[in-house]
Design a protein around this ligand. Structure first.
Ligand code: FAD
Length: 544
């Protein structure tokens, strides 16, 4: 007997920013939108409420996300005005700059300014031992950690790209992510999602009607009437129309740990049209926050993110303009306000919050888009009606009881995992601030105050003073940042792990020295084998 295919499960996504379109495209591909037994996805976005349009830095996970959606890498690069990102170059975070040091946007080292690099490449692991303990014991001389264990900084400092034109899409000798134009990226995702079968509505959700059982019954819109769905995804940005305004899910503030709550964003041109394009974000610390500086092929995206408790907006603008110099003349900065924190539950009833509606800390380390990727991936994996073999409904009563139970269980699992992930990100971001030796302003003094450091991070730092971070410090499914990222920040910031008392345990120093020397020796050749960043980007834009 033929089993009748039940109607498709319906998903309605509210919001057409990066969160909305990335989630729509990813779910459309993985849950087979529009295909028999697949899902029906509608995305509604308001033409009256713009997108935030500032998330321009990403993390390497974006490559597998874009590949999973099925977007060709060359198309993505061209249509999003994207460039390659090999890491983050931190300036003036560890130490106060010298009083006579003028602001710098220069790549590499500049006298009077402390700096370090967070590369995306993992530390080199050859045939020898793990290098970190041997670096701590002086095996690499005075080479900074990131420079001793990977050649990526040398590549980026030489303005080289992480890959060659012959490398396959999304693969390269060096790990990388991208910088891009946020508005163009959202437009590309929209085109792709619609190609994948997502129905696009332009209109505003005027009212969220609740079902009386902790979920959403329908969304009322004046342009498209009532919208109903099995699953509602709230991608409405800071407005948090469903998760916040309608469902009233509490927001856990992290302002006591992560102080930044404002940003001034400004796009500026390059001095010369053929100036080298940095393949890393330049993050420069200032008296009450830090500036980001992102290189696209035809402009720089910059901004100052700061704490309104430690600076007023006028002073913040002075700091940004001083950093940018003549490039900023005649250009207006855009002020954005945010509150660092997240919803205590991201999935409630039949609604999941993705993107800014679910939470946001600050731009440091590009966690915003990465959390959207994680959410889209988890929703696809946990989709309460199953993914494999299509979606089937049973008899009506049985179906809704099973669905409610399954949805509640899914929500609990999802929230537990996401909650831990948010918590761990707070610790990782705070690490950048609390290790600083800057005491030149209340902002840096407050950041070092132990009362502002989460207990779990304080505990770890206490242990890492006499042993390196161990893999048992990290629970893979809770972590966004792997141990290597912690190593780069800790030792880039000058954190001391004293291994002298246990030196005898590390008896492979000769092999480690051999690895350090080997890496140094191959670096010039590796740099020479890569095209300049600008040359590669322009070639892709011209020829795909
Ligand atoms: P938005 O872009 O705000 O989109 C909200 C959408 O919801 C819009 O389409 C709007 O029309 C729609 N909407 C709202 N209400 C309604 C309604 N009632 N009816 C219909 N539609 C509605 N992340 C990174 O990963 N890297 C970075 O470098 C980075 N930098 C950042 C810098 C700053 C200063 C800020 C504030 C954020 C930054 N982020 C960054 C975060 C990143 O910008 C966001 O995570 C990302 O853009 C997703 O935004 P969103 O889609 O959730 O919200």
């Amino acid at each position: 007997m033929a089993v009748a295919r039940a109607p498709e499960r319906r998903i309605v996504i509210v919001g057409g920013g990066t969160a909305g379109w990335l989630t729509a495209a990813y779910l459309a591909r993985t849950l087979r939108a529009g295909a028999p037994g697949g899902v029906d996805i509608t995305l509604i976005e308001s033409s009256d409420i713009g997108i935030i349009g500032v998330g321009e830095g990403t993390f390497p996970t974006i490559r597998s996300t874009l590949a999973a959606i099925g977007i060709d890498e060359a198309r993505f690069l061209r249509e999003s005005s994207a460039t390659f990102k090999q890491g983050i170059h931190f300036v003036d975070w560890a130490e106060t700059p010298a009083p006579d040091a003028s602001p710098t946007q220069a790549l590499g080292a500049v006298p009077g300014h402390s700096h370090y690099f967070h590369p995306f490449n993992f530390p080199h692991q050859g045939n020898g031992p793990e290098l970190l303990p041997y670096w701590l014991l002086g095996g690499a001389g005075d080479a900074p950690f990131a420079e001793a264990v990977t050649l990526q900084k040398a590549v980026a400092d030489a303005s080289r790209a992480p890959k060659r034109p012959v490398d396959p899409p999304y693969h390269a000798p060096l790990n990388y992510a991208y910088h891009f134009d946020a508005n163009r990226f959202a437009a590309l995702l929209r085109t792709v999602a619609i190609e994948l079968g997502v129905r696009h509505l332009v209109g505003t959700v005027d009212q969220v009607v609740l079902d009386g059982a902790g979920g959403v019954a329908r969304l009322d819109t004046s342009d498209h009437g009532a919208l109903t769905a099995d699953l509602y995804i709230d991608c409405s940005g800071f407005r948090a129309e469903i998760i916040g305004r309608a469902l009233n899910v509490p927001f856990k503030s992290c302002q006591d740990v992560l102080f930044n709550d404002r940003a001034l964003a400004l796009q500026v041109p390059y001095d010369q049209p053929d100036a080298p394009i940095p393949s890393y974000t330049v993050a420069t610390a200032h008296e009450a926050g830090w500036t980001w500086d992102i290189g696209l092929n035809d402009r720089r995206g910059t901004g100052y993110v700061y704490s309104s408790r430690h600076s007023d907006d006028t002073r913040a603008e002075e700091v940004l303009r001083r950093y940018l110099g003549p490039a900023a003349q005649g250009r207006e900065a855009r002020l954005l306000k945010f509150h660092s924190g997240y919803r205590t539950a991201q999935w409630v009833g039949n609604c999941v919050a993705v993107g800014l509606s679910g939470g946001f800390f600050e731009p440091l380390e590009s966690t915003g888009i990465m959390l959207i990727e994680v959410a889209a991936h988890m929703i696809a994996q946990f989709f309460p009606w199953g993914v494999q073999g299509g979606v089937q409904r049973g008899a009506q009563g049985e179906d809704s009881a099973r669905t409610a139970a399954s949805m509640a269980a899914t929500a609990r699992t999802y929230n537990a995992l996401m909650g831990k992930r948010y918590e761990r990100i707070v610790d990782f971001l705070k690490l950048h601030y609390c290790l600083s030796r800057r005491r030149d302003s209340a902002y840096w003094r407050d950041n070092a105050d132990p009362a502002t450091i989460p207990e779990a991070l304080r505990d770890r730092l206490a242990q890492w003073a006499h042993r390196p971070p161990s893999r048992y410090d990290f629970v893979a499914d809770h972590e966004t940042f792997l141990p290597a990222s912690y190593h780069y920040i800790l030792y880039g910031m000058g954190f001391k792990t004293d291994l002298e008392p246990s030196r005898a345990l590390y008896h492979r120093m000769d092999e480690a020295r051999h690895e350090f020397r080997g890496l140094r020796a191959v670096t010039p050749q590796a740099v020479d084998s890569l095209p300049t960043h600008r040359a590669l980007v322009e070639q892709v834009y011209r020829h795909g």
